[in-house]
Design a protein around this ligand. Structure first.
Ligand code: 3PG
Length: 215
């Protein structure tokens, strides 16, 4: 867990979760996040253009670290590695994807929401887990309770799903929270309407709220 990218995720504290389907929006989006102080992003693979968008950012905006999300197939693992992503997420916990990613040396963070999934992820070699869908599952209280039996394993979680400006403080200041994921900073409507200023301002607001209190 001491890789540079894990340190960067921890330092960033929040990973914007992005749904984007227009390649021309990729670079302006990355620049808007950087302008707001965020140097890390997750591009979810939920549109035919998503991988191209991630590639555009990787090629042209060197100071932002790019991961992909919703990685659910072996082909997507190959595409993600081909374009040089720094990390990858999935909402679910698929041992086939975990094992392929480990083999290819890709930091893959599977989604968990039950003790069984924690055990599957851990047994397959993962120490960093996305807790999804955080707010619907019971937020931090539920995570704390299901993690109790595994505390000694020193796992780290990235709660995601329903995490926004108003509830983000619930998650911080817990050793087992590596960072939080949120689409609140750059929701797809703001990207579609090319509202880069508001995305920058959202990034600033989020960081202002959490930075002094994180870890
Ligand atoms: C994800 O893909 O990780 C979630 O859709 C992000 O959840 P949010 O939109 O509630 O932030």
């Amino acid at each position: 867990m001491s890789t540079e990218i894990v340190k960067k995720i921890k330092k960033a504290a929040v990973i914007p979760v992005i749904e984007i389907d227009s390649v021309e929006d990729a670079i302006p989006l990355a620049n808007a996040l950087l302008e707001g102080g965020i140097n890390i992003v997750e591009i979810t693979l939920r549109s035919s253009k998503a991988i191209k968008c991630a590639e555009e950012i990787i090629k042209n905006v060197k100071s932002i670290s790019v991961g992909v999300g919703t990685l659910i197939s072996a082909d997507q693992v190959t595409s993600a590695i081909d374009i040089g992503v720094d990390f990858a997420f999935s909402p679910g916990c698929n041992p086939k994807i975990i094992n392929l990613s480990i083999k290819e040396n890709l930091l893959f963070i599977p989604g968990i929401s039950t003790p069984t999934e924690i055990e599957i992820a851990y047994d397959n070699g993962c120490n960093i887990l996305k807790y999804f869908h955080s707010e619907s599952n019971g937020g931090l209280t539920y995570l704390k309770n299901i993690y109790k039996p595994y505390n000694h394993l020193n796992l780290k979680f990235i709660p995601t799903g329903g995490v926004n400006l108003s509830n983000c403080l619930n998650y911080i200041n817990n050793d087992f929270v590596l960072a939080i994921g949120s689409s609140w900073i750059a929701p797809k409507e703001l990207i579609k309407s090319k509202n880069w200023n508001l995305i920058t301002s959202n990034a600033r607001s989020f960081l202002k709220k959490i930075k002094n209190q994180f870890h």
